[in-house]
Design a binder for this molecule. Structure first.
Ligand SMILES: [Mg+2]
Length: 465
C-alpha cells in the first residue's frame, strides 16, 4: 500500500467562537503546511462547506446559534460531507458529552485547554485514517469492477461452451500412484460432449477416466492423450463410434491445457458420408474413363498410361517388357456379312477371351482400336510372351466362332505380333512400332499366326504359329 504523504493542499476547517483558539490553531497548522479555513460560528461553518470541502474539521461544541453537535449532525446526514472526519474540541470534560459526540459521528474528542502536540498528533492520525479509508474504498471499487468483468466473461464463456456445436471437455491427468493406475479426471464437459456419448454432463464431472474407458471409443486414445501432455503438442484424429441410438464419425482434437488437456469433438458424419460418395463416384468415373464401352476391357487411354508406367519401371529395373498386338483376321468382311451387332458381339467375346487367357495380375489387356487388341506383359522374356500369345490363339480357335467370309478358316482367327525390349531410352513408342511391325508380318505371311520382332538390323521375324 502507498505510504501516506501530507498533500500541500490538505485543507482543515477550524470552527470556534473563541477567536484566540482560532488564531492559535491556525498559526500552528499553517506552520505544519496545512491550508486553514476559519469559521467562528455553526452558521459560518455550514456556509463555508458549500464551497471546496476540507479534509478535516476541528469543531467547537459550545457556540451561539447552531452548536457543534448540530453542525456535526447535519454534516453526517449529508452524503457530500459525511466522510469528512470531525474532531470535537470542547471545554466539556463530562464523559457523557464525549459519548454524545461520538454517537453523532465525531471521529475524536479533545478537551480544552488543549496541548498543541496532542491536537497535531490527532489531526495527523485522522488524516492518515481518512486517506487509508479512501484507498481501501478505491481498491474495493476496483475489485468489484474486476469481479463484475469476471462474472460477465464467465457468463459469455459458459454461453459459448453450451451453444457451441462441438463437444468440449477438460481432463486433468493423474499419474499412477501406489500401484493404482493413471487416469484422467474430468473437470468440465459441455452438454454436446455428453450427448455424443449418450450420457449427461453429471455422468462425467469428477469422474475418473481410465485407459479402458477411453480406448473403448478409439484404440490407444488414452496413450495419445497422455502424449499431448508429455510433448505439449496438439493432436487430431477421426474415429467411428456407435451407440444404441447413433452411428457416427467424430473428429477429436486434444490440446495441452493447464496440466491436462482440452478436448474438442466434432460430429463429422455428414462430411465422411460426402467423402465416401465422392470416393465411390470418383471410382465409377475413373472406371468409365479407362474402360472400353463395348468390350468392357481397358481402353486405349488406359493402355497408354500403363505402357508408359511399365516402360519406366522396366528401364529402372533393367527388366524385359513384352507387348503383344492382336488383330482379328478379316473382321471387316465379318462385319459386312453378319452385321454390326454381330460384329460388336464378336469383339466382346474375343476381348473377354484374351483377358481370361492372360493370368498374372500385372499383365494388362486393352482394346487398342477397331478390331485390334494389345497385351502388356511386364518382366517377360520373348519365350514367355510367345507362350501367352499361343494361349490366346488357342483359346480363340477353341471358341470356333463361325466366319463364312474368311478365306483362310471357317472360324474367327487372330494375327499376332510380339515385341520384347529391355528399355534403354524414354521412348516407349518403339515397342509399339516393333510389335506392330511383327503383326504386319503375321498378316502379310497369311494371317492366323504369331510373329516376333527381333531386335537386329534385318528385323527378321520368327515363324511361329
Ligand atoms: Mg465555544
Amino acid at each position: 500500500m502507498d505510504v501516506f504523504k501530507k498533500k500541500p493542499e490538505t485543507k482543515i476547517l477550524i470552527v470556534d467562537d473563541c477567536l484566540d483558539n482560532l488564531l492559535l490553531l491556525q498559526i500552528i497548522l499553517n506552520d505544519l503546511g496545512y491550508q486553514v479555513q476559519q469559521a467562528n460560528s455553526g452558521e459560518e461553518a455550514l456556509t463555508a462547506l458549500d464551497g471546496t470541502l476540507p479534509d478535516l474539521i476541528l469543531l467547537d461544541i459550545q457556540m451561539p446559534g447552531i452548536d457543534g453537535y448540530d453542525v456535526c449532525k447535519r454534516l453526517k446526514a449529508n452524503p457530500k460531507t459525511q466522510e469528512i472526519p470531525i474532531i470535537f474540541i470542547s471545554a466539556f470534560s463530562d464523559p457523557m458529552e464525549k459519548v454524545k459526540a461520538f454517537k453523532l459521528g465525531g471521529e475524536d474528542y479533545i478537551t480544552k485547554p488543549f496541548f498543541i502536540e496532542e491536537v497535531v498528533a490527532r489531526v495527523e492520525k485522522h488524516l492518515i485514517l481518512t486517506w487509508q479509508k479512501k484507498k481501501l474504498k478505491q481498491e474495493l471499487k476496483h475489485r468489484q469492477e474486476i469481479e463484475k468483468k469476471l462474472v460477465e466473461s464467465h457468463q459469455i464463456l459458459a454461453h459459448i461452451l453450451e451453444s457451441c456445436p462441438d463437444g468440449i471437455a477438460v481432463l486433468k491427468y493423474k499419474p499412477s500412484r501406489k500401484k493404482k493406475p493413471a487416469y484422467f479426471h474430468c473437470t468440465f464437459v459441455n452438454a454436446v460432449m455428453a450427448d455424443f456419448l449418450g450420457l449427461t454432463p453429471e455422468d462425467f464431472i469428477n469422474q475418473k477416466i481410465f485407459n479402458s474407458s477411453l480406448d473403448r471409443f478409439a484404440p490407444s486414445l488414452f496413450h495419445q492423450f497422455r502424449e499431448v501432455i508429455d510433448n505439449q503438442l496438439s493432436f487430431e484424429r477421426d474415429f467411428y463410434y456407435e451407440t444404441l441410438e447413433k452411428k457416427a464419425w467424430y473428429s477429436v482434437r486434444a490440446i495441452p491445457y493447464n496440466e491436462g488437456i482440452l478436448i474438442i469433438v466434432r460430429d463429422i458424419t455428414e462430411r465422411k458420408e460426402c467423402e465416401l460418395i465422392l470416393h465411390q463416384t470418383n471410382n465409377v468415373l475413373y472406371q468409365q474413363a479407362v474402360t472400353d464401352n463395348l468390350t468392357k476391357i481397358s481402353n486405349r487411354r488406359a493402355f497408354d498410361v500403363y505402357l508408359e508406367q511399365e516402360w519406366k519401371r522396366a528401364r529402372r529395373e533393367e527388366l524385359p517388357l513384352a507387348l503383344i498386338m492382336i488383330d482379328i483376321d478379316y473382321f471387316k468382311r465379318y462385319n459386312d456379312h453378319y452385321g454390326h451387332e454381330a460384329g460388336d458381339r464378336c469383339l466382346y467375346t474375343v476381348a473377354q477371351t484374351i483377358r481370361q487367357a492372360v493370368k498374372r495380375p500385372s499383365d494388362f489387356v486393352a482394346r487398342y482400336g477397331g478390331e485390334e487388341f494389345a497385351v502388356i506383359l511386364p518382366n517377360t522374356e520373348t519365350e514367355g510372351a510367345q507362350t501367352v500369345a499361343n494361349t490366346i490363339q488357342n483359346a480363340i480357335h477353341d471358341l470356333k466362332l463361325p466366319h463364312d467370309q474368311s478365306p483362310i478358316s471357317s472360324w474367327i482367327t487372330l494375327s499376332i505380333g510380339i515385341s520384347v525390349k529391355i528399355p534403354t531410352s524414354e521412348n516407349f513408342t518403339q515397342l509399339i512400332q516393333t510389335a506392330d511391325h511383327a503383326l504386319y508380318q503375321a498378316k502379310n505371311q497369311g494371317r492366323d499366326r504369331i510373329r516376333v520382332f527381333f531386335n537386329c538390323l534385318s528385323g527378321v521375324s520368327s515363324t511361329l504359329g
